[in-house]
Design a protein around this ligand. Structure first.
Ligand code: MTE
Length: 326
């Protein structure tokens, strides 16, 4: 007769140490009552209501209490945030995504979880929307090209989905894969990038509460050109790390290259943290132009280390040579 065994779980079944540590940190922050001060700051903001065109279904969240989740910078106009985009699957010009993304089919949609996880699975959009409470986060997004925006996103921490995925102890990186369907995305027919578009984060970066899985912006579901129906927003990194229209999360051990890393490894480092002290090989990263502040005499803003999120994320890179790991 077969014996029932109740010995300790295999190492592969133990919660990843990074996931475990982050869960504890998260609980501490919530218990510490960071919410009060953020809500007080929120009350003082100018209303964003006028920025909403009201064409898309509403998607609202409660104001996030994650430290650093709500910048006091003035939000970019909705019209600017939705008409000046990078989404190479729809073309390489800033105006292409708004022009051509209407062919993207965002429903049905699902994200597949695969690689070094307890059990691979697929989660449909309805389940993704219900996975964790929706929060509003107002983040700066700084593009490597030298422009920036401030956008009120709606979503929840990527850590919620990673927690559900149950990565194995051996998983060190998470690869985020965007849809690449030439039928819906005219840019995919060109060889300008190596499709599908992928981005990669170290697992502890992906677990940081500020790494956001976004489903909406300005209180509505995401417009297609902004990465509908679900995208990443990593506010302390250059915008290209924030993969749009995600269909897969793959947990891996050796560090994979991302799309931009494959396209131009000397220009797009793996870390891609916003760092005014490390120039892009072809231009300075010391300053930025805030979209919508385009007056004749408007000065460029100084770019801040980690895009201003150093107090929250600096610790992730303690002891690293950020000139080499750019
Ligand atoms: N994701 C996909 N799938 N394809 C892309 O071309 N461009 C990246 C990033 N995510 C890109 C992508 C770049 S370069 C930037 S700056 C941001 O998306 C732009 O996001 P936004 O449209 O919200 O401004």
């Amino acid at each position: 007769m077969a014996m029932l065994r109740f010995d300790s779980p295999a190492a592969s079944e133990i919660t990843h140490p990074v996931v475990y540590a982050a869960r504890r940190q998260w609980l501490k922050q919530v218990a510490g009552g960071a919410a009060g001060s953020v809500l007080a700051a929120w009350a003082g903001r100018e209303a964003l209501a006028t920025e909403k065109p009201g064409k898309r279904p509403a998607l609202v969240g409660t104001s996030s209490s994650v430290p650093g989740a709500i910048t006091m910078d003035k939000a970019t106009r909705y019209e600017d945030a939705t008409s000046y985009n990078n989404f190479y699957e729809f073309g390489t010009r800033k105006s292409d995504p708004a022009r051509y993304a209407d062919t993207l089919v965002t429903d049905p949609w699902a994200i597949e979880i695969e690689g070094l996880v307890k059990r691979p699975f697929k989660l449909g959009l309805d389940d993704l929307l219900k996975l964790s409470p929706m929060q509003e986060r107002i983040y700066r997004l700084r593009c490597v090209e030298g422009w920036s925006m401030v956008i009120p996103w709606v979503g929840y921490s990527l850590s919620a989905l990673i927690g559900r995925a149950e990565p194995l102890g051996s998983a060190k990186f998470v690869e985020l894969v965007s849809l690449a369907d030439a039928q819906q995305m005219p840019g995919v027919r060109s060889s300008v990038l190596d499709w599908p578009y992928t981005e990669v984060l170290r697992l502890d970066e992906a677990m940081h509460p500020l790494a956001l899985l976004a489903f909406g912006m300005y209180g509505e579901v995401l417009p297609k050109q902004n990465g509908a129906p679900v995208r990443l927003v990593v506010p302390w990194k250059y915008g290209f790390k924030s993969a749009k229209s995600i269909v897969k999360l793959r947990f891996v051990e050796p560090q994979p290259r991302s799309t931009w890393g494959r396209a131009a490894p000397t220009e797009y480092g793996f870390y891609a943290n916003v760092n005014p002290n490390v120039d892009h090989p072809r231009w300075s990263q010391a300053t930025e132009r805030r979209i919508g502040e385009d007056g004749l005499f408007t000065r460029r803003r100084k770019t801040l280390m980690f895009n201003g999120y150093e107090p929250q994320v600096g610790q992730l890179y303690a002891g690293m040579d950020l000139q080499r790991h750019f």
